[in-house]
Design a binder for this molecule. Structure first.
Ligand code: HMG
Ligand code: MG
Length: 324
């Protein structure tokens, strides 16, 4: 009988060797989260949320979207939100923009950063922004050039990277194409969106290998996972191993996409911070302050938020009799 191999496999000896010392969290709760909540948060509560996130240590926050309010009614108060938030000099605030009208609104509101967005899937673009992929790219060429001329920073999103709710699997070449187009326009970063939460670690490896091999700089990539099927944290670990150090997340795990049926919340900021802190990766976020904010937000929305860390934290606090 041959003996079973023992000892630590060589491959496992190098796990986490390449972890970054710190990551930059890009908080999307006030935009991606609130755009899809059944309860529309009043403007003053949105402002309180955004200011609370900054106070908890988030340094990049997407605060709203200047899109057609008929399409996204929950963020119809974009102008009031963007002009009411008390700005901190150490925080970068951004807003989603789909066209020139959105850019003009963001400019008037004093935004210094915007984010443009399109999917790697043709049908999702039709459903979400009423344009073909080529029409969306043509629009963004003008929008990004004008935003840069106005001195704004521009981020880009590619949605449906790991699958589309209408078309199913999405070709990695389509992801590469729109990513390159966005980079060529001059966006400083492209966030790769798992809009419907179907990505698995192997797929993340496959997509990132293709993009990096094709010459996209890892410093220009961010990851944006919806945790619909529970794979988001595992996927984030893979992205970290590829040297990607910008992670999108939403407080409490809020979120979804109204034009992506079945999409659920973004990976929860608390869960990401807890995992990274445990791995010795700096986030700059005060987890207790964030949890306190989440509990308040959960009260405003009248529902329990999906963050697993939050559930454990609230349970622990009630067991030991301390306020959250
Ligand atoms: P459209 O109907 O084709 O626009 O919508 P249009 O140019 O034909 O104009 C129609 C009307 O909309 C006009 O008004 C325009 O003025 C108005 P009317 O004359 O009929 O009264 N309009 C606007 N109003 C306010 N702000 C604007 C604006 N633009 C036109 N910026 C449009 C095209 C793109 C505007 C529309 O489809 C839209 O607003 N879509 C938004 C979709 C959206 O926000 N989806 C969720 C975000 S994406 C996401 O969540 C994914 C992400 O998180 C990453 C991931 O998870 O993968 C980013
Ligand atoms: Mg999203």
């Amino acid at each position: 009988m041959t003996e079973a191999p023992s000892g630590v496999p060589e491959s496992a000896r190098h796990l986490f060797d390449a972890l970054p010392e710190r990551v930059s969290l890009y908080e999307v709760g006030p935009r991606d989260g609130l755009q899809n909540e059944a309860v529309v948060l009043p403007t003053d509560k949105k402002v309180e949320l955004i200011e609370g996130l900054a106070d908890a240590g988030l340094r990049r926050i997407e605060i709203t979207s200047f899109v057609n309010p008929r399409w996204i009614p929950a963020l119809a108060d974009h102008m009031e939100v963007a002009t009411s938030v008390r700005r901190r000099p150490d925080v970068r605030y951004s807003a989603l923009v789909p066209n020139m009208r959105g850019l003009d609104g963001a400019s008037r509101a004093g935004m210094e950063e915007i984010a443009v967005f399109l999917a790697a899937s043709e049908t999702h673009n039709r459903k979400n922004i009423n344009k073909s992929t080529d029409e969306a790219l043509a629009t963004y060429r003008t929008v990004v050039a004008e935003a840069l001329r106005r001195g704004m920073r521009v981020r880009g999103y590619v949605s449906c990277v790991y699958g589309c709710p209408y078309e199913g699997p999405v070709a990695v070449e389509a992801v590469l194409r729109v990513t390159r187009e966005l980079v060529d326009m001059g966006v400083y970063e492209v966030s790769l969106g798992d809009t419907i939460g179907v990505g698995t670690p192997r797929q993340v490896q496959f997509v990132l290998e293709r993009l990096l091999d094709a010459g996209v700089a890892r410093e220009q990539l961010a990851v944006h996972f919806h945790d619909t099927r529970g794979t988001a944290l595992a996927n984030i670990v893979v992205a970290l191993e590829f040297g990607i150090s910008t992670i999108d997340s939403a407080i409490g795990g809020l979120g979804g996409c109204p034009y992506a049926p079945g999409a659920s919340g973004n990976v929860a900021t608390e869960d990401v911070v807890f995992m990274l802190q445990g791995m010795g990766v700096e986030t700059g976020v005060d987890l207790d302050a964030l949890a306190t904010l989440s509990v308040r937000l959960s009260g405003y929305l009248g529902r329990e938020l999906p963050s697993k860390y939050l559930k454990a934290h609230v349970g622990h606090c009630s067991r030991v009799g301390v306020p959250v």
